[in-house]
Design a protein around this ligand. Structure first.
Ligand SMILES: Cc1cc2nc3c(=O)[nH]c(=O)nc-3n(C[C@H](O)[C@H](O)[C@H](O)COP(=O)(O)OP(=O)(O)OC[C@H]3O[C@@H](n4cnc5c(N)ncnc54)[C@H](O)[C@@H]3O)c2cc1C
Ligand SMILES: Cc1cc2nc3c(=O)[nH]c(=O)nc-3n(C[C@H](O)[C@H](O)[C@H](O)COP(=O)(O)O)c2cc1C
Length: 463
């Protein structure tokens, strides 16, 4: 072989290598960002629990008669994509305390940075923003407000004033009517098959009861009742379809019967089981107001709904809580009723031949009453995929909250998660969700925390 041959072979190898790198680069780019295909209206959603996504799809369906539309999650939208479109409709909810949903974090940061320069970068663009929120939160529709202001600051033209909808009052429901038939939520009758109280409530005499008849009596000194429910749907063809649609992470939306003429009210409950178990299982905390009156949703499910009677409900996809990768290390974190989500995620892995390791962190109040972890996780509490269970009680000597336990085990958590591990947190946002978020930021440090969130490996089912 001559020197020229060797040179040619070397150049060819380098060329092939560069081609391969380019193929990988464009493949990755295609997977992680949305590419514009031509003259189209983009309908962009940022949704934590799926409502804004549904509205975006309904809007696109209504528009599709007149114009070409594409629906895209804000998670896969780059700011420079907007330089190639002329019209965009945003449908966004607000999460945390006036923050974007997880899927909107990266885009929102990029937009904020760009808008601080007050350029006319988006002067070719016309836009609309529909904000979804709840007036029970102080920062009502705050992310929609910020988005509207930042897009305007870049010179884009608003087609209409900002629309804000209070989903707590059902103001968004009329928009869902335009959804294509196969995306509507058909409700089904879910029959209550079984209900057990998971925590034991001790009376002043020390007697153990798991059916407290007078809630206000037990309220001061004990934890409110935590109930496990099994509901089943009729064995019809529709049921089959329902089972196919439901995954660990999804939510049961229960419609609460109201007096005639009053608007329908619904309450969300994380499904605690997987379709292989047939029943839809829930874990519901019984809530009471100061006058002893029970919350309308939790009161119905934990007390007033008799066995063998049914409620109307539908299963709602909760895409941000669905963990497709079953091999990666998985940190499951919950307190109280959040154990529902942990049970479903564990069950999904426990039923597989080979699944990645699961480390469960669970917090409750009192070990004498609330030692509910194994009872709730049954029959998966001894599964091979469980790497460790870390339980902490807040009302025990030297006890504390789940976020403290996380920080105590920071080094082990870091090495458990590695570069591919995922985190799922379920339960109340205030206190637990916020505390866990702070703990994770401190354990992983800012850069690794951002990578975890931006790569969609941080799943939060918080309420
Ligand atoms: C995605 C998601 C998943 C969820 N998953 C679960 C789950 O798995 N398990 C679970 O238990 N919960 C879950 N929830 C919470 C659940 O949807 C309900 O919010 C919860 O059950 C309370 O609803 P309620 O109708 O019983 O109470 P409501 O009647 O709405 O009252 C709630 C509380 O607000 C206060 N309150 C309301 N009105 C008044 C008033 N007039 N005066 C004074 N105080 C008042 C009281 O403290 C009361 O207990 C989830 C929520 C979301 C968004
Ligand atoms: C943990 C949590 C925090 C929320 N924070 C806010 C808020 O700060 N401001 C607001 O207007 N709505 C807030 N909401 C209400 C949601 O925006 C509202 O329920 C919306 O319909 C959810 O839409 P999605 O399903 O598309 O995420 C919050 C909801 C949850 C569960």
């Amino acid at each position: 072989m001559t020197e020229t041959h060797r040179l040619l072979i070397a150049l060819l190898s380098i060329g092939l290598y560069l081609l391969w790198v380019a193929v990988l680069f464009f493949k990755h780019k295609k997977q992680t960002s949305y590419a514009v295909t031509g003259e189209e209206t983009l309908v962009v959603y940022a949704s934590q629990t799926g409502t804004a996504e549904k509205i975006a799809r309904a809007k696109a369906a209504a528009l599709s008669q007149q114009e070409q539309t594409s629906v895209v999650s804000m998670a896969s939208l780059k700011l420079n994509t907007l330089s190639s479109v002329s019209k965009v409709i945003f449908v966004v909810s607000t999460y945390g305390e006036g923050e974007p949903p997880d899927a909107g974090r990266t885009f929102s940061k990029a937009l904020k940075k760009a808008s601080s320069n007050q350029s006319d970068y988006l002067s070719h663009l016309s836009f609309e923003v529909v904000g979804l929120g709840d007036k029970q939160y102080a920062a009502f529709c705050q992310f929609a407000v910020t988005l509207f202001d930042n897009i305007s600051a870049l010179g884009a033209r608003a087609l209409s004033p900002l629309t804000t909808l209070d989903s707590g009052k059902g103001e968004h429901l009329s928009l869902l009517g335009a959804l294509p038939q196969d995306e509507q939520h058909p409700t089904h009758a879910f029959t209550l098959k079984n209900r057990v109280q998971l925590n034991e409530v001790k009376s002043a005499s020390g007697e153990v009861s798991n059916h407290p008849s007078n809630h206000s009596e037990s309220k001061a000194s004990t934890s409110p009742g935590l109930f496990g429910l099994s509901l089943n749907v009729d064995h019809s063809n529709q049921t089959q379809e329902l089972h196919e649609q439901w995954e660990a992470g999804d939510v049961l939306e229960v419609l609460i019967p109201q007096q005639a003429g009053e608007p329908i009210v619904s309450r969300s409950y994380t499904i605690a089981s997987v379709p292989q178990e047939h029943d839809v299982k829930l874990v519901v905390r019984q809530l009471a107001k100061d006058n002893g009156q029970l919350g309308i949703g939790s009161g119905l499910l934990t007390r007033s709904l008799p066995l063998s009677q049914s409620v109307q409900a539908y299963i709602r996809k909760n895409t941000s809580a669905i963990i497709a990768d079953t091999m990666c290390p998985l940190l499951l974190i919950a307190a109280g009723s959040g154990i529902a989500g942990v049970r479903a995620q564990l069950a999904k892995r426990a039923l597989l031949e080979n699944a990645g390791p699961v480390w469960i962190f669970f917090g409750e109040r009192n070990p004498a009453q609330d030692d509910v972890l194994d009872k709730t996780l049954s029959p998966f509490q001894n599964s091979d995929c469980i790497f460790k269970k870390s339980v902490i009680f807040s009302r025990q000597e030297n006890g504390g909250y789940v976020q403290q336990r996380l920080v105590e085990q920071r080094d082990e958590i870091k090495s458990f998660l590695g570069d591919t591990g995922q985190v799922y947190v379920c339960g109340h946002f205030e206190g637990m969700g916020q505390g866990v978020d702070k703990a994770l930021r401190s354990i992983l440090e800012e850069q690794a925390y951002n990578v975890l969130a931006d790569e969609g490996r941080y799943h939060r089912d918080l309420y």
